[in-house]
Write a protein that binds this ligand. Structure first.
Ligand code: NAD
Length: 499
């Protein structure tokens, strides 16, 4: 076994040269081997980095839109050129198959491309002569130092929901990636420097709760963009806002796919398998609950089972369909849900435990697993499992299915499969979920729309990227101006009225 590589903070584009008091182990989930040791930042180091970022912001916040756009375009080209090597880093630490790792970089690139249009996106409004010879205009300015705290499951894409827009808006960024797969963020951050971003504008601190708490309480940090599990999202939202910060905290999910009797069942079965088992179910938009409106359940399950039989689980570098789970602990937790489902009385249609795996070593694998006859009181339904476990719930009607979805604590994504336009239109209107797919299983919005769920899937008011992202990373000002001319009217202590 080779010595684990050291992974350290990237401060203003330069690797940190200090000695960390604490570190975390990073694994190749396909082999089970520890491949890295990531330095954990102390609160003192976070303070140093935030202070440096604040100094860098003083200049970057006033950089011309032309200069910012040049950096963004250069970054876009570099990211595009290096996407294969970054995808390889993702697969090596997260475990997702290479094509999926490349897919997340492509979705991240879309946000970079959106941010390249920042001169247009930051245009304010101007009204001439709102009163006689008085003009009013609005402008948006950067916040200062903004923090991003990201999860393990999209080590490149989730940071890119925020970082390109934050930088384009003139902010300085301190990001704390997941300690489980930290290398991709370092590789992407290095590209910002190469693209010409001034030193100190983009910084990476690695770590755990200590680093997160230091960011949440630091007076120079103006906003926090968090993505992760619901309990931590709630904590980040409450702590960040209590410390005066603007916070958007995206949490966990339990995404339902409602299949109506008139749906194309082949399309629905393909979608359920792709969205249930892609990235080993470790997607916040994964489908984990399939709600079948009778009488379709038996036929749908048979089609899904046929498709599951063709899936190959294994090392993501070998062209398999599905990779391992991210850590041994997470794999054990997900696997324990399979027994919990059996114990609760659900029907285990396909058991992924001990399935055949195309990999060397002791990787963290659970093959695709399917339950039928799941009821809303079972833990395999109530909990976010975040693994390749798909549960089928049978309902008698559209209304029963809708009520089930709306009573769930989460509201990230959902999908309806039907050929009835009226039913689909009713669903988009009535369902209490932030992102909806109609015959589309993972309805992740394009970069120029905004991404975010409802209920326990998002704490805060602003969704990620699109115009909501631009607004989150800027503050508005409205200017009322009058340039004196010979008609200047003299003293008047009355409340200003527009004449
Ligand atoms: P997580 O909540 O364990 O970790 C997220 C971040 O919080 C990491 O950077 C981690 O280091 C930090 N963290 C962990 N414990 C902390 C603590 N006690 N105090 C402060 N910070 C802490 O989430 P994860 O396991 O990395 O990611 C998976 C979760 O993220 C799932 O619940 C998934 O649904 C969710 N997710 C949601 C979205 C969305 O858009 N809503 C997108 C991706 C992932």
């Amino acid at each position: 076994m080779s010595t684990p590589a050291r992974i350290t903070h990237l401060i203003g584009g330069t690797p940190w040269e200090g000695t960390a008091e604490r570190s975390g182990a990073v694994f190749n989930p396909a082999t089970g081997e520890q491949t890295g040791a990531v330095d954990f930042a102390s609160a003192a180091l976070v303070d140093e980095v935030v202070t440096g970022a604040h100094a860098a912001w003083q200049e970057w916040g006033t950089a011309s839109l032309a200069k910012r756009t040049q950096v963004l375009f250069a970054f876009r080209e570099l990211l595009h050129a290096r996407k294969d090597e970054i995808a390889a880093l993702i697969t090596a630490e997260h475990g997702k198959v290479l094509s999926d790792a490349l897919g997340e970089i492509t979705r991240g690139l879309e946000v970079v491309e959106f941010a390249c249009g920042i001169p247009h996106l930051l245009k304010g409004g101007y009204s001439e002569n709102v009163s006689t010879k008085v003009d009013v205009y609005s402008i948006r300015q950067s916040l200062g130092v903004v923090a991003v705290i990201s999860p393990f499951n999209f080590p490149a894409m989730v940071p890119m929901w925020f970082v390109p827009i934050a930088i384009a808006c003139g902010n300085a960024v301190v990001i704390k990636p997941s300690e489980k797969d930290p290398s991709a963020v370092n590789a992407v951050a290095a590209l910002w420097r190469e693209a010409g971003l001034p030193e100190g504008v983009m910084n990476v601190v690695h770590g755990d709760k200590e680093a997160v708490d230091a960011l949440l309480t630091h007076p120079l940090v103006k906003s926090v963009s968090f993505v992760g599990s619901t309990p931590i999202a709630k904590y980040v939202y409450e702590t960040g806002t209590a410390n005066g910060k603007r916070v958007q905290a995206l949490g966990g999910a339990k995404n339902h796919m409602l299949v109506l009797p008139d749906a194309d069942l082949d399309l629905a079965a393909d979608a359920a398998v792709n969205a249930g088992f892609g990235s080993a179910g470790e997607r916040c938009m994964a489908i984990s609950a399939l709600v079948a409106v009778e009488p379709v359940a038996d036929e749908l399950i048979s089609k899904i089972t046929d498709r599951m039989g063709k899936l190959v689980t294994g090392d993501g570098t070998r062209g398999c369909d599905m990779g391992p789970l991210v850590t041994r602990a997470h794999c054990d937790k997900v696997t324990s849900y399979v027994q919990a489902g059996v114990d609760a009385g659900a029907t285990l249609v396909v058991d992924g435990r001990g399935g055949e795996v195309d990999a060397d070593g002791e990787g963290f694998f659970l093959s695709p697993t399917l339950f039928d006859q799941v009821t809303p009181d079972m833990s395999i339904y109530t909990d976010e499992i975040f693994g390749p476990v798909l549960s089928v719930l049978r309902v008698k009607s559209y209304d029963e299915g809708l009520a089930l979805i709306n009573s769930n604590a989460y509201g990230n994504g959902t999908a309806i499969f039907t050929n009835d336009g009226g039913a689909a239109r009713r669903f988009q209107n009535e369902v209490e979920v932030g992102m909806i797919g109609i015959n589309v299983p993972i309805p992740v919005p394009m970069a120029y729309f905004s991404f975010g769920g409802w209920k326990n899937s998002l704490f805060g008011d602003t969704h990620a990227h699109g115009m909501e992202g631009v607004h989150f990373f800027t503050r508005g000002k409205v200017v009322t101006s009058r340039w004196l001319d010979p008609s200047h009217g003299g003293l008047n202590l009355g409340f200003p009225q527009n004449v």
